[in-house]
Design a protein around this ligand. Structure first.
Ligand SMILES: CC(C)(COP(=O)(O)OP(=O)(O)OC[C@H]1O[C@@H](n2cnc3c(N)ncnc32)[C@H](O)[C@@H]1OP(=O)(O)O)[C@@H](O)C(=O)NCCC(=O)NCCS
Length: 156
């Protein structure tokens, strides 16, 4: 496939949420059920967010969360099945890694056991030491009084 006309974009405002939902449905088994309004929240709280375009068609997506210096994690890397095997996935991950929020970060994590050899080709290594997880909490207990107080101070 000639991919010279394919464009990469790191503007969040460019993301078409309906197209993103459809891309996840065909290409990302872990994100097939995601709702538009929840995708909007994830995008608002991620940086960078990189999308891949064939004219007006969204054909790839990846995002990261980062503190800019110590730790970052890459999420939701996907290329449309019809466009795979042409080097776009590699360029997508490299575009995420070269963003200013990512390029100085000491450790970049990936929470996936999927497609490991794809990531190994880009330079990632298996890491067995980061294995703990807290699943979403059904009821969040109220904040301790002193934390609420400091949030109030921040708001002022
Ligand atoms: C993983 C994915 C993003 C790769 O995208 P792609 O555009 O096909 O990948 P590329 O063409 O850029 O491949 C880059 C390199 O990885 C290799 N590669 C790609 N997929 C591979 C796989 N499944 N197994 C082994 N190697 C793979 C390619 O051969 C290429 O190697 P090279 O640079 O030595 O030639 C794509 O297959 C995808 O969207 N999969 C479904 C979603 C997913 O599993 N995402 C990852 C988990 S978050």
């Amino acid at each position: 496939m000639n991919s010279s006309h394919i464009q990469f974009c790191d503007r969040k405002s460019k993301i078409d949420l309906k197209q993103l939902q459809a891309l996840f449905q065909v290409g990302a088994f872990w994100a097939e059920e995601r709702k538009i309004e929840d995708l909007a929240v994830a995008i608002a709280n991620s940086e960078p967010v990189v999308s891949v375009w064939d004219k007006n068609k969204l054909i790839g997506f990846a995002r990261a969360t980062s503190d800019g210096i110590y730790r970052a994690t890459i999420w939701d890397v996907v290329i449309d099945p019809n466009y795979r095997g042409a080097g776009l996935g590699r360029k997508l991950v490299e575009t995420v890694l070269s963003h200013p929020r990512m390029s100085r970060v000491e450790r970049v994590y990936l929470m996936t056991t999927n497609q490991q050899s794809f990531y190994e080709r880009i330079g990632f290594e298996c890491n067995s030491t980061t294995t703990m997880v807290l699943y979403s909490q059904p009821s969040i207990s109220p904040l301790p009084a002193q934390i609420m107080e400091s949030q109030e101070t921040l708001r002022r």
